[in-house]
Unconditional design. Structure first.
Length: 445
């Protein structure tokens, strides 16, 4: 039997029901597989870890979150079954009931069918987040408290061994402007487009609880405001609402709204967090644990999040984008400092064509677009020349390259509040972005 046939047989066995029909893998999910199928006419969804990369503790935690959230009245898919992968499914998994709705951001933001939902969605998300944060953590025994989030972010970033002056500068700002801690509470950890199922009349379900943890509840509020989740639309909350609407909805349930300045701090933290997540996903590919053109390409998207952080801080304006459409490259001695390298990106595309491509498959169509993005990055980098503007900005602050600039920012010998230092940080970020995604600053609905 084929792998899907084996999986269908395994699902029928663990569910103790009739034969599985219509099994197909969905495009969603870089870290977990998502499959749709039906049993005895009932539509269901399987989420499982990729075989060979089991994370049973995380799956237990997600199952606990679904149960606790349902008891609290949070809209979530009904949990049908869960297992640690020692059964016929082959890796840790959840089976949940199918919920009708749309999770594709472009449709939610642009299709008139969802216009009524968009009108009140930011306020509704505020109410839902207040409900999540009110859940008694004792109902989710597998939750972990992650400790100091800023220290954890620093450690994760340091592990990549890459010089990123923008990350160093923003981490310094975050440390200097850190708000007093709140919580700890149940934090969803990835509350944004793609993990929100929207029906024409409003929110249908909150999905994908794999990053849930004990932490500051304002983390979720800041995360849903990050520019990456607006998909070219202007409103701060997911491209469909305002921060004021989000916080007003939160206050309806919680009794008071969080400090907007603290939420903004978490939004800027979220930009750096997304940059780190992009690199973490790329490392899973580069390290060989999970070969995927999607994960490889995410490594080059990290600079988009770095740009978003600078934009949120007001360190970039339209004048800085003059001439930006011309591809630039960073003047560094070691071209391999940018990961994945061109060779690694091309290798990921070859791997997709030889190992992942399934003609006619929805996920393959999605990954084909990702592969096209990877090839675009490679083409621009191979055709670009060192950017003289960035070279000049480094000379002004007395740094030979980005590695030296990043080290000086970390030591505190260069202050990002100085205009010439910000110029050097910004020009390097824009140089990388022009290679990775020159359309990014200009994305519009």
């Amino acid at each position: 039997m084929s792998a899907p046939d084996d999986l269908a047989a395994g699902l029928a066995e663990v569910l103790g029901a009739g034969p599985v029909s219509g099994l197909r893998r969905l495009s969603a999910g870089a870290s977990r597989e998502t499959w749709a199928f039906a049993v005895d006419g009932r539509p269901l969804v399987l989420r499982r870890d990729p075989p060979g990369v089991p994370r049973p503790v995380e799956m237990v935690r997600e199952a606990e979150c679904l149960r606790a959230a349902a008891r609290a009245g949070v809209p979530v898919p009904a949990l049908v079954a869960t297992g640690d992968g020692t059964d016929a499914v082959g890796s840790p998994y959840l089976v949940v009931a199918w919920v009708a709705g749309e999770s594709l951001p472009t449709r939610v933001l642009r299709d008139e069918r969802w216009a009524p939902a968009r009108a009140g969605l930011a306020r509704e998300l505020g109410r839902v987040l207040a409900g999540i944060h009110a859940v008694d953590p004792a109902e989710v025994p597998a939750l972990e408290e992650l400790g100091d989030p800023l220290a954890a972010l620093r450690t994760q970033h340091d592990g990549f061994g890459q010089a990123r002056p923008s990350v160093e500068a923003v981490l310094r700002w975050l440390e200097a402007h850190r708000p007093p801690a709140a919580g700890p509470a149940l934090v969803h950890g990835d509350f944004r487009h793609g993990n929100l199922l929207v029906a024409p009349d409003g929110l249908a379900a909150v999905l994908d609880w794999e990053l849930a943890h004990l932490g500051d509840p304002r983390e979720d509020l800041g995360w849903v405001c990050v520019r990456a989740w607006r998909f070219g639309a202007a409103p701060e909350v997911g491209g469909f609402g305002t921060r004021d609407e989000l916080l007003a909805g939160y206050a309806e349930v919680a009794g008071e709204a969080p400090d907007p300045d603290a939420v903004r701090w978490w939004e800027i933290y979220g930009c750096v967090h997304w940059a780190v997540i992009c690199r973490m996903q790329a490392e899973r590919h580069l390290g060989g644990s999970e070969q995927s053109v999607e994960m490889a390409t995410l490594g080059r998207r990290a600079v988009e999040a770095e740009y978003d952080a600078l934009l949120a801080l007001g360190w970039v304006d339209e004048a800085d984008l003059e001439g930006f459409a011309d591809p630039r490259a960073v003047a560094v001695a070691d071209p391999a400092a940018e990961r994945p390298t061109v060779d690694e990106l091309l290798g990921a595309v070859v791997g997709f064509l030889s190992d992942e491509l399934v003609p006619g498959d929805d996920r393959s169509r999605y990954l084909s677009r990702v592969a096209r993005t990877a090839l675009g990055v490679a083409r621009r980098e191979l055709g670009a020349a060192p950017d003289p503007r960035h070279r000049a900005s480094l000379d002004v602050v007395g740094c030979a390259d980005d590695a030296e600039l990043a080290a000086a920012l970390r030591r505190g010998t260069l202050d990002p509040d100085r205009p010439e230092v910000r110029t050097a940080v910004r020009s390097g970020t824009l140089a990388r972005l022009a290679v990775a995604n020159p359309r990014y600053p200009f994305i519009r609905p």
